[in-house]
Design a binder for this molecule. Structure first.
Ligand SMILES: Nc1ncnc2c1ncn2[C@@H]1O[C@H](COP(=O)(O)OP(=O)(O)OP(=O)(O)O)[C@@H](O)[C@H]1O
Ligand SMILES: [Mg+2]
Length: 321
C-alpha cells in the first residue's frame, strides 16, 4: 500500500476554545497507480484530511489526534518536520485549492518550479533543472512553455495558474499527488481540459492520485475508487463506477441524484433537506440522521459501524439502499 490512513481522528481547537472534531475514525488507502476520489460537500473535512496527510495542520490548532497515517509504511503522524519536508515534494505533492496562496508572488513561473527542483535535487546543473521545468510544464499542458516562464503568478489566468500548480506537483515525479478541488474555480470548458491533463500527467507516469472534489461529475472522470465524506465521517467507499451507479448510503444517493444520467431508477427526491452540521453540534447517532429520509428510531441513538456490502465496498448505514 502506498498510503494508509487508519482510524484517523482529528479534533481542532475552535476560536472560542471549543473542541471541533473534524475527522472521525477515517480509514482509507491508496494503492500504487490508483486514483482515489474523495467527495463531500463544503465543510465535510476534505481539506483537513489532505493537510493532515501532508503534515500541514499547524500544531497550535490541533486539540488532539489519534490513529495513523503512513506512506510506504513510514508513519507520517509522528515524523520529524525535516523528514516530512523531504516527503513533501519527492514522495507526496499537493495541488492546492487556492493556487495564489500556494505560489510565491515574487517569483517567476520558472523560479517557482526550479526552486522546488533545487530544494530536493541539489546535485543538478541549472541546465538539468531547466529541462525538468520544461518537461513538467509540457506535461501539465503548456505546449510552448518558454512563452510563460518569465510570467509572475498574477500575470497568469486562473487556468494557467492551476496548470502551473500541476507542473509543480509533478516536476519531481512523486508517487502520490493530492489534488484539492483543482478545477473548482474554472469555467466548465477549462475544467474538462484540465482534468484531461491531470489524467494524462498522472496515468502516463503511473503516479497515484488522491483527488478531492465536491463534484461527483468531476470525480467520475478520474477516480478508480470513491470515498464519500460527510461531516468528518467516511460514510461510503467502493469502486467509483459501482458507488455512482448504485449508491448504498442515502446521502450518496442524494448526491448522485443531482447527476441525472448516472442513475436509472429514482427512489428519493433530488435535494437534500437541511445543512451539513458544524463539527461541534453533530447529531447523536448517525451523522446524517437529521437529514436522512430513511431515518428510523435507532439511527438517532446509535452510530452505525462499517458494513461490508461486497468484497470492495463499505457503507456506514443501518439501512443501506
Ligand atoms: N484551522 C482550523 N481551525 C478550526 N476549524 C477548522 C480549521 N480548518 C478547518 N476547520 C473546520 O473543519 C471542518 C472541515 O473543513 P474543510 O476545510 O476540511 O472542509 P472541506 O470539505 O475542504 O470544504 P470545502 O469544500 O469548502 O473546501 C469545517 O467545519 C471547518 O470549519
Ligand atoms: Mg476544502
Amino acid at each position: 500500500m502506498l498510503l494508509n490512513i487508519e482510524n484517523f481522528s482529528l479534533i481542532l481547537k475552535g476560536s472560542d476554545g471549543k473542541q471541533l472534531p473534524v475527522l472521525d475514525h477515517v480509514n482509507l488507502s491508496v494503492k500504487p497507480g490508483e486514483c482515489l476520489g474523495i467527495a463531500g460537500e463544503s465543510g465535510s473535512g476534505k481539506t483537513v484530511l489532505a493537510l493532515s496527510i501532508m503534515g500541514l495542520i499547524p500544531a497550535a490548532s490541533v486539540f488532539s489526534r489519534s490513529g495513523g497515517i503512513s506512506f510506504r509504511d513510514q508513519d507520517l503522524v509522528n515524523l520529524a518536520e525535516e523528514k516530512l519536508r523531504k516527503i513533501r515534494g519527492t514522495g507526496i505533492s499537493m495541488v492546492f485549492q487556492e493556487p495564489m496562496s500556494a505560489m510565491n508572488p515574487l517569483l517567476t513561473l520558472y523560479e517557482q518550479i526550479a526552486e522546488t527542483v533545487r530544494a530536493h535535487l541539489s546535485n543538478l546543473s541549472e541546465k538539468e533543472v531547466g529541462n525538468k521545468v520544461d518537461s513538467a510544464l509540457r506535461r501539465a499542458g503548456f505546449d510552448e512553455p518558454w512563452k510563460i516562464l518569465r510570467a509572475y503568478p498574477h500575470q497568469l489566468s486562473g487556468g494557467m495558474r492551476q496548470r502551473a500548480m500541476l507542473a509543480m506537483a509533478i516536476v519531481l515525479e512523486p508517487p502520490l499527488i493530492i489534488a484539492d478541488e483543482p478545477t473548482t474555480a474554472l469555467d466548465a470548458a477549462l475544467q474538462v481540459q484540465l482534468l484531461a491533463e491531470f489524467r494524462i500527467a498522472v496515468k502516463e507516469k503511473g503516479h497515484s492520485l488522491l483527488f478531492i472534489s465536491h463534484d461527483l461529475g468531476v470525480i467520475r472522470t478520474l477516480a478508480d475508487h470513491l470515498a464519500v465524506l460527510y461531516s468528518g465521517s467516511l460514510i461510503e467507499y467502493g469502486p467509483a463506477g459501482a458507488v455512482l451507479s448504485s449508491p448504498a448510503h442515502p446521502y450518496t444517493f442524494a448526491l448522485v441524484s443531482s447527476l441525472p444520467r448516472l442513475i436509472k431508477e429514482k427512489k428519493l427526491p433530488h435535494t437534500i433537506p437541511g445543512h451539513l452540521p458544524s463539527p461541534d453540534c453533530r447529531p447523536t447517532g448517525c451523522v446524517f440522521s437529521d437529514r436522512c429520509i430513511r431515518v428510523r428510531e435507532n439511527c438517532r441513538k446509535e452510530i452505525p459501524g462499517k458494513t461490508k456490502i461486497s468484497s470492495d465496498r463499505e457503507v456506514r448505514c443501518f439501512y443501506p439502499l
